[in-house]
Design a protein around this ligand. Structure first.
Ligand SMILES: Cc1cc2nc3c(=O)[nH]c(=O)nc-3n(C[C@H](O)[C@H](O)[C@H](O)COP(=O)(O)OP(=O)(O)OC[C@H]3O[C@@H](n4cnc5c(N)ncnc54)[C@H](O)[C@@H]3O)c2cc1C
Ligand code: SF4
Length: 510
């Protein structure tokens, strides 16, 4: 049997399909589930709101083209800060392959401490690190996870590493899902070498070869049920010139796997009136991220080298992870402070800038709400302890840059300019109001969380929505807490477990 890729834009009229399993969303979670199930012989249909963009073509796009064709809303999605919380720019992709297409390729297993917490405190024994080991190995093989060699570190990362070492902390190498990477450093906007093995390259072709069909430009409105059991999904075909809904979509399937990502899966559940209303769209974590730039006298050319190659978990107990990164010069230039001449002067420093980032291992202060249209309203109330972590995180990064010889640092605080070491030490980070932090998130998680009781979660440990036979969730939304590290590997591994259990159940019930 052979499947294929079909764009709803090429379909005249409506679309009416039958499948054993309908998967909503083709990102890290959805592609993994679809592949495992198709390889098991099930008839799988994947529905994806975004377009299909060939990986090689994506690798040739300018960042501005990638933002338009691959990223959701041109990367301008925001979780609005409530009270004294920062508003956070939450980026994700809308494309066949989902946000996997725009990652830096970083792959972390679920940290030991997090897995143990899930197993012992949340009653999710199957997520104990020891039990998860074979699943991690399975996924890591499928996406070719390898360690980034030290030789591929950018000068930007080397400088940060030198500064950290002077403060007694040695950076660790990052692992990524790459094969044949040449360290050109533009992973987030497509890989010119197709060396980043995102799911559109690693998983989906295997699903299609095994008979799955992937429909792009299809938007799922809701899951349908009869007598409490899942019967399929309904939605729209995005056939208009600007992606407006035109034709109707209907898929009949006894099993539906919701994998629209933590930002959108709750919306499908809410519109379908399924899942525990107290938890659907609640408790979302974001890993709020902050970056610091250090300016050096000598050229840094931070764009040369693997985008992300080193990190430290030395501050894990404080809920902080620090990680190397860089952004394309055009994008970086636009974020430098100042207007007119001052901006020009700051933008001219780009070749001398090093950059490092940090994320907060946050508690679930995010919530998603239904409003007209296809996007949710997202709010984020940052926990007081998480807020207190921001000054510490920025101080760690700024001090490391100064220790490495930086002349000035640029902080993610609206309205500030470059600061030398004295100015930085005089600057009271603890007095910065939430509205002035510049924060970004690439990791929305936990908005339809997994648990061991229907009273405190949306799905059980196998991803089954409580009391809705046939309905599963297998994406970032089911992770019950934030991880403190990048989540794609955790999502794919969890999705693999969901797929295998669904497959076994399907065979028993057939
Ligand atoms: C810029 C960036 C860099 C990142 N870098 C890393 C990294 O280096 N390492 C790492 O581990 N993680 C990284 N991440 C995070 C990682 O990509 C995500 O956590 C992961 O892809 C989420 O998987 P998912 O299946 O939950 O959702 P997604 O991969 O986002 O997939 C969801 C898909 O569902 C589709 N969809 C939504 N609603 C509907 C609907 N109603 N009908 C049909 N389709 C729908 C969406 O269009 C999307 O394609 C990064 C993310 C971003 C944005
Ligand atoms: S750094 Fe490697 S994986 Fe990233 S875009 Fe360049 S070649 Fe591809």
């Amino acid at each position: 049997m052979s499947g294929g890729y079909i764009s709803a834009r090429g379909v005249a009229g409506d679309l009416d399909l039958d499948a054993d399993v309908c998967v909503i969303g083709s990102g890290a979670g959805g592609s993994t589930v679809a592949t495992e199930l198709a390889l098991s012989g099930l008839r799988v249909v994947v529905l994806e709101e975004g377009a299909r963009v060939d990986a090689a073509l994506h690798g040739q796009m300018r960042p501005s083209e990638s933002l338009r064709h691959v990223w959701r809303d041109g990367a301008l999605t925001v979780a609005l800060g409530v009270g004294d919380s920062p508003s956070i720019n939450v980026t994700m992709a809308k494309v066949v392959g989902g946000s996997s297409m725009v990652t830096g390729g970083v792959c972390f297993r679920i940290p030991e401490s997090v897995g143990q917490h899930w197993a012992s405190e949340l009653g999710l024994a199957e997520y104990h690190p020891r039990v998860m080991e074979p699943l991690f190995e399975h996924v890591e093989k499928a996406i070719h996870v390898e360690e980034v060699p030290a030789a591929m570190r950018s000068r930007s990362t080397q400088l940060f590493a030198e500064g950290m070492l002077k403060r007694g902390v040695e950076l660790k190498p990052i692992r990524r899902n790459t094969k044949g990477c040449n360290g050109c450093g533009r992973c987030n906007f497509g890989c010119p070498e197709v060396a980043k093995l995102s799911v559109d390259v690693s998983y989906l072709p295997r699903a299609v070869a095994a008979g799955a069909t992937v429909y792009s430009h299809t938007w799922v409105d809701r899951v349908t049920t009869a007598g409490g059991r899942v019967t399929g999904v309904t939605g729209r075909l995005l056939q208009g010139p600007r992606g407006e809904p035109r034709g109707r979509l209907r898929v009949r399937a006894g099993r539906v796997v919701l994998a629209a990502g933590a930002w959108h899966s709750p919306g499908v559940l809410m519109r379908s009136r399924l899942g525990h209303p107290r938890w659907v769209g609640r408790g979302m974590t974001l890993h709020p991220g902050f970056r610091v730039l250090g300016r050096f006298d000598a050229p840094v050319r931070g764009w040369q080298g693997a985008l992300q190659s080193a990190y430290t978990d030395a501050f894990e107990d404080e809920g902080i992870t620090l990680m190397g990164l860089f952004v394309p010069t055009g994008v970086l230039g636009a974020t430098m402070p100042g207007v007119g001449r001052e901006h020009l002067e700051n933008a001219a420093k780009i070749g001398h800038l090093a950059m490092f980032g940090g994320i907060v291992h946050d508690k679930g202060g995010g919530s998603l709400h239904r409003i007209p249209g296809r996007e949710p309203l997202a709010l984020y109330r940052m926990d007081a302890e998480d807020k207190a972590r921001i000054p510490r995180l920025l101080t760690l990064m700024a001090e490391a840059f100064f220790a490495a010889g930086a002349r000035e640092v640029f902080l993610p605080v609206l309205g500030t300019r470059g600061m030398d070491a004295d100015a930085f030490r005089r600057f009271d980070l603890s007095a910065v109001p939430g509205s002035r932090w510049e924060s970004a998130s690439q990791h929305p998680l936990g908005s339809a969380r997994m648990g061991c009781s229907r009273e405190n979660s949306v799905v059980d440990g196998e991803g089954r929505v409580w009391d809705v036979p046939g309905l599963y969730v297998a994406d970032g939304s089911i992770l019950p807490t934030s991880l403190g590290v990048n989540p794609q590997l955790a999502i794919m591994t969890t999705a693999t477990r969901v797929a295998w259990r669904l497959r076994d159940r399907f065979r028993r019930e057939a």
